[in-house]
Every structure is written in structure tokens, then in C-alpha cells.
Design a protein around this ligand. Structure first.
Ligand code: IVH
Length: 665
């Protein structure tokens, strides 16, 4: 990367981190998983360490800000810092080794679970509780004393006369959280994303009666400001004192002198995590001796005497109730595992998609099986394996359908992808899915037209095909129960404005089997209009990047069907764009194929692809020997590894592509 690109990337990371801080702390509605946030922070830390000369906002020195600007605030007497993170026990050991080297002796550790809650600060003076504040921006917190005092077991008085700040974490017990979310759903209120957000939202409620109905709890684990010379010689001693003074303290802490003890504790906590009634997201490792805390000191953001070991994404076991078989728009049958709801990484999972029938065979799934579940990327639930020891006697293997579960037509199997399809062209499930696909975001982007509304419009006979969307009788929609005039008008506007969408989106929206957004764009660029595409021979189709026999065949099949023919005629009549409006800049990249991977720093991936196309280049969707150039951004992943292995692909950065264009144009 050039200096200006690094600068831009740093600025981008700073802005992103600040935005996510705001979402997490102030709005209690995070958009990304903690792990992804940590990756952004790590990347920024690395870049800033390598390029200290580049000036940037000090986002890493600021702790997130949970302040409500209208609330009463109180400055902390000592900053509420955060911790640096380690993602493996080896990293923790390296941190400990470094300190041992610095001190000339290996200091004892105190280990505790890292509570995934909401930080709280209590101030006691003359032995009496004065106030409770949130972490705020780390320097100033929000006064939440009244709400906080609804929590049980909070000592109003302590056996220490000098001023002291006691710190801990408010949490929402998981069982209570799940029950609350369930009743919120029933009352059509928005459920909380996870217990941490529920705790944050609850402690800041304006109505104390509502707070009382939220069963908040807290654990305490550290002190901030202490007026007198430290009365606690060690962290372990502090925890015991907190407990003796009546504070709730996690009973899981442990003092360790050797690496085995450290490794065992971290592993044990990770294993116990699923059984606790509060979320923990790691282990906090602290040097036990408080005198050493002062010796080791702190960075602007976090103390050097402590580190947080963050767990890997959580895995849980649950029961498989049955498998449902859903019919997609192309007729593909997707098995969906219906699970005994299980709480995993912040949400309750009750369904998990399986790829195909073979996955059911591979896992050898039986009804009532105990399965191991993970959330890949902390978002999509995935079944990893079956615990065969727990299979009930006489359990029935999951039986695979031989007919379409919706219309009863025979199934046909596509061997290569191992997918089974409903063979009927008139399957009602396929029709509903096709309309949903047509309206979806990457296709015609018709806002509000999702599964429920499509089902309703079909059921009421207002539409019976994709083309019908453009001749809806809105007076009928208006009359529908729970829809009304305003929603009908919004739908009409959304459908109307979809007519301006470009030809490549329409091609994708048609839902031709195997034609994704990239292929649709390549087809649109190559043939320029629907008539040329419709008349294209197999030979002509195969000239388009990425169009092999399989895609060519499915395109030919699509146009051979008279129903599709008339759909296209109808859409044309309604004024949809059936030819490509490209802004061709040059032919400088003609004959070359490209693929973009990772995040680019100066331009979005989509814009980069459009730029390449506008200069005559082609975009492929995967790495193969047909690929000429792989454009690599930050965090590229497996495509880069594959291209390196192939050895035939030229690997370049975005600036090199720009240079290529500048040279050639
Ligand atoms: S000690 C100087 N101990 O994690 C830092 N923090 O990312 C003192 N947390 O700000 C914090 N469990 O809100 C400490 N056992 C524990 C903790 C813990 C959760 C939170 C706390 C802290 C954040 C750091």
C-alpha cells in the first residue's frame, strides 16, 4: 500500500471504530459481532504501530461512550480503562513471559471470568454509597444511582472509611433475558439483541417501576480510585474483601503460578461457559500483586498488568426435533433442521439450514439426535456433528422426501451440486419464492415486498405471477386487513420505482438457475439486450466469462420455456429496461479477467468491478486458471491462497490496477 492508501485506511478504520463504539455503547444496538470489532481494532493498532508518523484521531485511547447527552453525569475519580485482548492462550503466555522478563521474576496471576455485561462504577465515601455511574466515555459516567439501587445485594455501607470507587459489571441473567424477549415478541415489541444490550437498556430506563421489573444482577471485581495507600495487597485479597463486604463476586476466580494452571483455567471456563446463567466472553488475567500494577503502569487505553483472553465462537449441543424441506425459487429443496431452541452467542437458535440431502446422510441425522451447533461468523448457525452416544434407542433416521413436499411432483437430482429439485413448473412454492427473489435487494429492490406480503398477495388472488406485480389493483390491497392505505401507497411507489433498475438487475431478478449477480452483469455487458441474449447459441453464450456448459444450458432452458417468454414480453410492455446502459470508458482491459477479494481502501468492491467493466474487462466470481488478475485488498482470505497455489494468476493491489488504466488510457 502507498502512504496515501495507508492514511486513507487508517482514517476509514478510525471512523468505523467510532461508529461501532457509538452503536455499541450509546445506542446499545451493535451491527457487528465483538470478534469483528476486535479485528478492526487490531488492524488499526498494527497500522498505527508501523506508521507512527501518520496522524489520526485517537479512537483507540477513548473507551466507548455510553453517554446520553441529556442525563446527569459525574466524572470518574480514576479513568475506567479497558483491557487489551488476546485471542489465544499462547498470546497470554507471551504477555506473561514478557512481564516475567521485565521484572526478573514470574509474578503470580489472578484469573477471573470476563463478564459480558455493562460496566458500572460505585463511589463510597465515609463508608457510605454516594452514587452509581455507568462507564460513560471512560472519564465521565452517567448517574444511574436510583435505577442501580433496585438491584439486590448491593451494600449501602462498607467497612472502609476512605473514599473508594468499586467497579463491576451489570448483567441480565440469561434465563430471564430469554423469557423477557419472548414476551416482548408476543407484545410485538422489538426484542433485545442480547443480554448485554438488555442490561444497558434497562439500567438507563427513565421509569424506575420498569427497572424493578428487570431482574438485573451485578458482579464486582476491581477498585478504581482509592484515597488511602492501597489497602489491598493483591487482586485475590481485593476479591475476598469485596465478598466479605457483601458485594456479589463471581465464585470462579483462581490464583495461578504456573502455565498449566493458566491453561486449565482458561479451558475450563470456556467449557463451563454454556452452563452459566450469565454471558462470559473470555477470561481476565491480572497480575495478582497490586504493588506490581503501579510498577508496570498503563497505556492510554489499558493497564499493562492485565489482559483479556477472548473465547472462540461458542459451540452448543441441542436436540434435533425434525427436518423440514423447503422449496426454493428454482425448485431446489433445502433441508432445514428444526431444533430445540438453544441460546448461543447472544440469540436463541431454533433452525439451522443444511446444504442438501447428502449432508443429512453424512451427519447420519436421526430424529431426537443431540447435535453440536456453532454460529459461523457468529451469525449463521451450523450443525457440526451428532453426539451418537446420546441417540435415543429406536430413533428414526431422518427420511428424505422423494416428492416435492409442497406440490407432490417428482424430484430430479442435479448430481454435480448434489441438489434435489421439484420438477414441476407450476409449483406454488416456487412461484412465491420467485416473486420474493424478484423483489429482493440485489434484484429489483422492492422495499417492503417480503415473504409475508408476497404470500398475502398470492393468497388473495391479487397477483399470480411476477408480471402481475406491475398491474396490481391497489384498491384491493388497501382493503386488506392490517395493510391499509399507507402501506398500499408505499408498495405502489416501490414497485413503480423498480422500473428504473438497470438491465443486469432484471436479468438477475428473473431467477435463471445458476445466474447470480456477477454472471447477470457479464451477460448484460456481453449481449447488451434481452433479444440478443435470447437468441444466443450455446457457442455464443460460452464466450461470456464464467458461462460454462451448465449455465449455458440453464439459460437456454429458461428461454425455451414459453412461460418465461411471455413474462419477458409483459415486463417489457410495463417499461422495464431490457437493454444495458453502460458508460463505456475504454477498451484498455479488453480480453482480461479480474476478481476482487478483501476490502479495498479507496473504492468499494462494486465500484471497482464497474470500473473494470467500463474499461472492457471481465469479472469472474471465483479463482480458476481462466483468471488473469486477482485484485487484493485488506484481509483477503481463501481466494488469495488459492490464486497463489495456482501460480498462474497475477496478484495485484488496487493501486496497480489504477496504474494499469492510467498507462493504457
Ligand atoms: S478488570 C483496568 N475484570 O471488561 C481494567 N474487567 O474490556 C479493569 N470486565 O472494562 C477491568 N469482567 O467492563 C475486569 N473480571 C473482570 C471483568 C472485566 C468483565 C469488563 C470491564 C472492562 C472490560 C474490558
Amino acid at each position: 500500500m502507498t502512504t496515501s492508501q495507508i492514511k486513507k485506511r487508517i482514517q476509514f478504520l478510525c471512523a468505523e471504530i467510532e461508529r461501532h463504539n457509538r452503536l455499541y455503547y450509546a445506542e446499545a444496538s451493535p451491527e457487528i459481532a465483538d470478534y469483528e470489532y476486535d479485528l478492526l481494532v487490531q488492524e488499526l493498532q498494527d497500522l498505527q504501530a508501523k506508521h507512527p508518523e501518520i496522524q489520526a484521531p485517537a479512537v483507540l485511547d477513548k473507551v466507548g461512550d455510553d453517554l446520553d447527552k441529556s442525563a446527569k453525569t459525574i466524572p470518574h475519580k480514576e479513568r475506567m480503562a479497558s483491557l487489551s485482548n488476546a485471542y489465544s492462550i499462547q498470546e497470554v503466555i507471551a504477555w506473561w513471559d514478557k512481564i516475567a522478563l521485565e521484572l526478573g521474576d514470574r509474578p503470580q496471576l489472578c484469573l477471573e471470568p470476563k463478564i459480558d455485561g455493562f460496566g458500572i462504577n460505585l463511589f463510597y465515601s465515609s463508608g457510605k454509597l454516594q452514587y452509581a455511574t455507568t462507564r460513560g466515555d471512560g472519564s465521565v459516567g452517567e448517574d444511574v444511582t436510583e435505577n442501580f439501587l433496585t438491584l439486590p445485594h448491593i451494600p449501602r455501607e462498607i467497612p472502609l472509611q476512605s473514599d473508594i470507587e468499586i467497579r463491576g459489571e451489570i448483567y441480565f441473567p440469561i434465563k430471564a433475558f430469554l423469557a423477557m424477549n419472548e414476551s416482548r415478541r408476543q407484545n410485538e415489541e422489538k426484542p433485545f439483541a442480547n443480554p448485554r444490550n438488555a442490561a444497558a437498556g434497562s439500567i438507563k430506563l427513565k421509569d424506575i417501576e420498569m427497572v424493578k421489573a428487570r431482574p438485573l444482577r451485578a458482579f464486582f471485581y476491581t477498585a478504581g480510585y482509592i484515597a488511602d495507600a492501597a489497602p489491598f495487597g493483591s487482586q485475590d485479597e481485593l476479591l475476598r474483601w469485596l465478598q466479605d463486604s457483601g458485594f456479589p463476586v463471581s465464585d470462579k476466580h483462581k490464583v495461578c503460578q504456573d502455565k498449566d494452571c493458566l491453561i486449565n483455567f482458561c479451558n475450563q471456563m470456556e467449557e463451563q461457559r454454556a452452563r452459566l446463567d450469565y454471558d462470559i466472553d473470555g477470561v481476565v488475567i491480572k497480575i495478582d500483586d497490586t504493588a506490581l500494577h503501579h510498577k508496570l503502569g498503563s497505556t492510554a487505553k489499558s493497564p499493562k498488568w492485565a489482559i483479556a483472553y477472548k473465547f472462540k465462537p461458542e459451540e452448543k449441543e441441542t436436540l434435533l426435533k425434525r427436518v423440514d424441506f423447503q422449496v426454493g425459487r428454482t425448485g431446489a429443496i433445502t433441508p432445514v433442521a428444526i431444533l430445540e431452541p438453544v441460546y448461543i452467542s447472544g440469540t436463541t437458535v431454533s433452525r439451522s439450514t443444511l446444504h442438501n440431502f447428502d449432508e443429512i446422510r453424512r451427519l447420519n441425522l436421526h430424529e431426537g439426535d443431540t447435535i453440536r451447533l456453532i454460529k459461523s461468523g457468529e451469525i449463521i448457525p451450523k450443525i457440526l456433528a451428532v453426539n451418537k452416544d446420546l441417540r435415543p434407542a429406536g430413533a428414526k433416521p431422518i427420511s428424505l422426501p422423494d416428492k416435492c413436499p409442497v406440490c407432490g411432483s417428482p424430484l430430479s437430482r442435479e448430481e454435480e451440486a448434489a441438489i434435489d429439485y421439484c420438477s414441476s413448473a407450476d409449483c406454488p412454492a416456487q412461484l412465491a419464492r420467485s416473486i420474493e427473489h424478484f423483489a429482493s435487494r440485489d434484484a429489483m429492490d422492492i422495499l417492503g415486498l417480503g415473504t409475508a406480503l408476497v404470500a398475502r398477495l398470492l393468497q388473495e388472488g391479487i397477483i399470480s405471477s411476477v408480471a402481475d406485480l406491475y398491474r396490481i389493483d391497489y384498491d384491493k390491497v388497501k382493503e386488506l386487513e392490517r395493510i391499509g392505505e399507507k402501506s398500499a401507497r408505499n408498495l405502489q411507489e416501490a414497485i413503480q420505482s423498480s422500473k428504473t433498475k438497470n438491465f443486469d438487475r432484471i436479468l438477475y431478478a428473473l431467477g435463471i438457475r445458476h445466474v447470480g449477480t456477477v454472471t447477470a452483469r457479464n451477460l448484460a455487458v456481453h449481449f447488451q439486450n434481452i433479444d440478443a441474449l435470447e437468441q444466443a447459441s450455446a457457442q455464443e453464450l460460452s464466450e461470456v466469462p464464467e458461462v460454462g456448459d451448465k449455465i449455458a444450458e440453464s439459460i437456454s432452458d429458461y428461454f425455451a420455456n414459453p412461460k418465461n417468454h411471455s413474462l419477458i414480453r409483459e415486463l417489457k410492455k410495463q417499461g422495464l429496461k431490457m437493454s444495458f446502459e453502460s458508460q463505456k470508458e475504454s477498451d484498455s482491459l479488453a480480453g482480461l479477467s479480474f476478481l476482487v477479494t478483501g476490502s479495498l481502501s479507496n473504492i468499494s468492491r462494486k465500484d471497482m468491478e464497474s470500473l473494470i467493466i467500463s474499461h472492457g474487462g471481465k469479472i469472474l466470481s471465483g479463482v480458476s486458471k481462466n483468471l488473469d488478475y486477482l485484485i487484493v485488498g485488506e484481509k483477503p482470505g481463501s481466494k488469495l491462497t488459492k490464486a497463489e497455489k495456482l501460480g498462474t494468476v497475477r496478484i495485484i493491489g488496487e493501486d496497480e490496477l489504477i496504474a494499469m488504466l492510467e498507462r493504457k488510457t
